[in-house]
Write a protein that binds this ligand. Structure first.
Ligand SMILES: Cc1ncc(C[n+]2csc(CCOP(=O)(O)OP(=O)(O)O)c2C)c(N)n1
Length: 349
């Protein structure tokens, strides 16, 4: 059964009303702040990619509630294993926008987890981060720590062997790990029905005997509630957040080639940000002027961060590190040449 707390028009369901009453004002406002900030960051990233300031980018628009709601339920004791589309998770978990922008600019600095955050670099090979999260959860259990591990992935990842091995291992060893799938309907251009024999992701959990939750991924309250609950059990669980990416797979993709316009329109009417903002306005938590002022501050801060990143130039030597344990001689030669070019001014960095 799909867990739902907030309808697309911004009205709470009965379960939603009960949960809403348990939240503090700060929690309620934080969720709105993160949703709005992530949307602003994401839209700017697309523009910055078009302006050549960052590399190819994977937009989050449409999936903000799934990312903000889940990450807001985490704390610094937890280990996070993201995929490449998790800017909303990163931002909510406390990773700096500097680091997020650096990652998408291909900079080594953006791949280093900040001190104090168990947030590993985003994984591009699909599903390989799931067994890693299981390993972290195994270590948590052995060391009797109190955190959990969470792996983020898409619906396409459930067709990889790593997904099945990870769930099986987590169940057999009874590990505190959450498998958080954002089912956004497509693995690039392949619709879910063409790559999965089951109608849902969540039913795959029964094959491994683990807890399962299917939640409206565009409902930030329901996602927050589900992840909080699953986390408190300290057992493996598969969570399917049913959502949709309203933009393209990446800035290198044209989604109109494989997605009917009518389908996109249906999901735009289920926008995760609109519904939560309507609730906050109706509840009188803040008014439109306050939202506008907050947005202006966030926008200013994002633009300032981008200017700072642009000013700091990459060291070309970083192209050669972290690839081989022992760098081969032929590559070492290229590294020296690059360093010489920098020293003699033929590469400006
Ligand atoms: C092991 C592997 N195979 C293929 C790819 C190419 N690839 C990049 S994204 C993608 C689709 C992934 O879809 P999904 O898991 O649903 O995540 P989403 O992009 O929708 O967030 C594929 C097949 C890859 N990165 N890694």
């Amino acid at each position: 059964m799909l867990i739902n707390h907030l309808l697309p028009c911004g009205t709470l369901t009965d379960a939603g009303s009960s949960f809403w009453r348990t939240l503090s004002i700060n929690e309620k406002l934080d969720l709105l702040f993160f949703l709005r900030s992530v949307r602003m960051l994401d839209r700017r990233m697309v523009l910055w990619q078009r302006q050549g300031k960052i590399g190819t980018y994977a937009p989050v628009e449409g999936q903000e509630a799934a990312q903000v709601g889940s990450a807001y339920a985490l704390d610094k004791k937890d280990w996070v294993f993201p995929s490449y589309r998790e800017q909303g998770v990163a931002f909510t978990f406390g990773i700096s926008t500097t680091s997020i922008i650096q990652y998408w600019s291909g900079r080594i600095e953006g791949c280093k987890p900040p001190i104090g955050y168990r947030y590993v670099p985003p994984t591009v090979p699909i599903a390989t981060q799931l067994p890693h999260a299981v390993g972290a959860a195994w270590s948590i259990k052995k060391k009797k720590e109190t955190g959990i591990a969470i792996a983020y992935f898409g619906d396409g990842a459930t067709s990889e062997g790593d997904f099945h091995e990870a769930l099986n291992f987590a169940s057999i060893f009874d590990l505190p790990v959450l498998f958080f799938c954002q089912n956004n309907g497509y693995a690039i251009s392949v619709p879910f029905a063409e790559q999965s024999a089951t109608k849902t992701v969540v039913e795959k959990a029964s094959a491994y005997g683990i807890n399962a939750y299917q939640v409206d991924g565009n409902d930030v309250l329901a996602v927050y509630h589900v992840v909080k609950t699953a986390k408190s059990k300290r057992k493996p669980a598969l969570i399917e957040a049913v959502t949709y990416r309203t933009g393209a797979h990446t800035t290198a993709d044209d989604a109109s080639r494989y997605r009917p316009e009518g389908e996109v329109r249906i999901w735009l009417n289920r926008d995760p940000l609109y519904r939560y903002e309507q609730l906050c306005l109706k509840e009188g938590l803040l008014d439109e002027d306050q939202i506008e002022k907050q947005d202006q501050q966030v926008a200013k801060e994002l633009d300032r961060t981008m200017r700072e990143v642009e000013k700091s130039h990459p060291n070309p030597s970083s192209l050669f590190t972290h690839v081989y344990h022992q760098i081969p001689d032929w590559l070492k030669k290229q590294q020296e040449e690059a360093a010489n070019d920098v020293n003699h001014g033929s590469i400006h960095c």
